[in-house]
Design a binder for this molecule. Structure first.
Ligand code: ADP
Ligand code: NA
Length: 329
């Protein structure tokens, strides 16, 4: 039976990269797959980011991430939605996968190299992160994984782990494939410094639940095409963050207007940013109002996660029993 799985870390406030790159696909595939769409706040992964992990705030951040997904349209009554740490089978399968995963493969992962390069002491968990991620997916025998482009390498490793397990212990797991949002492969950070990411902190991100004036303050000072020094210089909207963001938020006539206006110096960067704000409001204000409703009724979020964990375990337990038997326990 085809099945979807994806997870999101509660390491900070969800941003427009998460939203356009992954969360909107959760909702879309959820409509199609119903209870065969399984989504998870991957709280066990959060402590592998030493800079973004605070034990006193983890539970609250897991709650916030769940709330943000529900406000984005994820319907916990339609799909299965839960917190990873509520289903202990994830860690058990993850451990078994560590013994069939070569350390060399893990050391080659781009995300590991990026994050480890900034640390003086590297936690083994940071290296093992993609192994636990493989377990998250394969525990549900999922074959479809909606993620951003930065996760493609990890999904490829998941396929290798599935192949290796099947070859060693008998056919058990499918080889899952990544499903990318074609129009939002890798959304750049608003500070102009590479990919937008929670783990890089607030300066990089535009939060989907961030107040409009705070979003505007970041956009106002965001870098644009550096070749456009004076208002009268033409620019290249394809080399501009704001141009990228218009493609996410604005309607086609607006996109055509600002792209043409930028190339001919017919419109200045500030006006272009103001027009972007109209699209931002249109997309995010309804979402933020749903978030406010949920915050006023937090039990709706907590109950949803509790029910989700129960349903997830109903799938996870028999898979884990099958695995234990095949591995020899
Ligand atoms: P982050 O990198 O912000 O900590 P996660 O690791 O929790 O985010 O990833 C959650 C999902 O969002 C993943 O599927 C990831 O690929 C996607 N994603 C994260 N950042 C971006 C981005 N800048 N552009 C597109 N997708 C992204
Ligand atoms: Na990431």
């Amino acid at each position: 039976m085809p099945r979807v799985f994806s997870g999101i870390q509660p390491t900070g406030d969800p941003h427009i990269g998460n939203y356009f790159g992954a969360m909107r696909n959760y909702v879309r595939l959820g409509e199609e797959y119903g209870k065969n769409a399984i989504y998870c706040v991957v709280d066990l992964h959060a402590p592998t980011n030493p800079g973004a992990y605070d034990p006193a705030r983890l539970a609250e951040r897991t709650f916030e991430m769940a709330l943000a997904n529900m406000a984005s349209g994820l319907d916990p009554e339609k799909v299965i939605f839960f917190a990873q740490s509520h289903v202990p089978e994830h860690t058990e399968l993850g451990w078994l996968f560590t013994v069939i995963t070569p350390v060399g493969e893990l050391e080659r992962m781009t995300q590991y190299k990026d994050k480890a390069g900034k640390l003086e002491s590297i936690p083994a968990g940071l290296l093992m992160y993609p192994v636990l991620q493989a377990a998250d997916i394969l525990l549900y025998k999922a074959d479809t994984v909606p993620v951003g482009e930065d996760q493609v390498q990890h999904i490829e490793l998941t396929r290798e782990i599935a192949r290796k397990f099947n070859a060693s212990f008998g056919e058990t797991f499918p080889e899952p494939k990544a499903v990318l949002a074609k129009d939002a492969l890798r959304i750049p950070g608003v500070d102009g410094d590479g990919k937008m990411s929670k783990s890089k902190g607030d300066a990089s991100t535009l939060g989907i639940l961030e107040p409009m004036d705070s979003i505007w303050q970041k956009l106002r000072v965001a870098p644009t095409d550096p070749a456009r020094v004076r208002r009268t210089d033409p620019g290249d909207p394809d080399k501009c963050l704001i141009g990228d963001y218009h493609k996410l938020f604005s309607d086609l006539p607006t996109i055509e207007l600002v792209y043409q206006g930028c190339r001919t110096a017919g419109i200045g960067c500030v006006d272009c940013k103001k027009m972007l704000m109209q699209g931002v409001r249109r997309e995010l204000e309804p979402l933020q109002s749903r978030a406010a409703d949920l915050r006023a009724d937090p039990d709706r979020v907590r109950d949803a996660l509790a029910t989700g964990a129960r349903l997830a375990r109903e799938i996870a337990r028999p898979v884990m029993e099958e695995v234990r038997e095949k591995v020899g326990f």
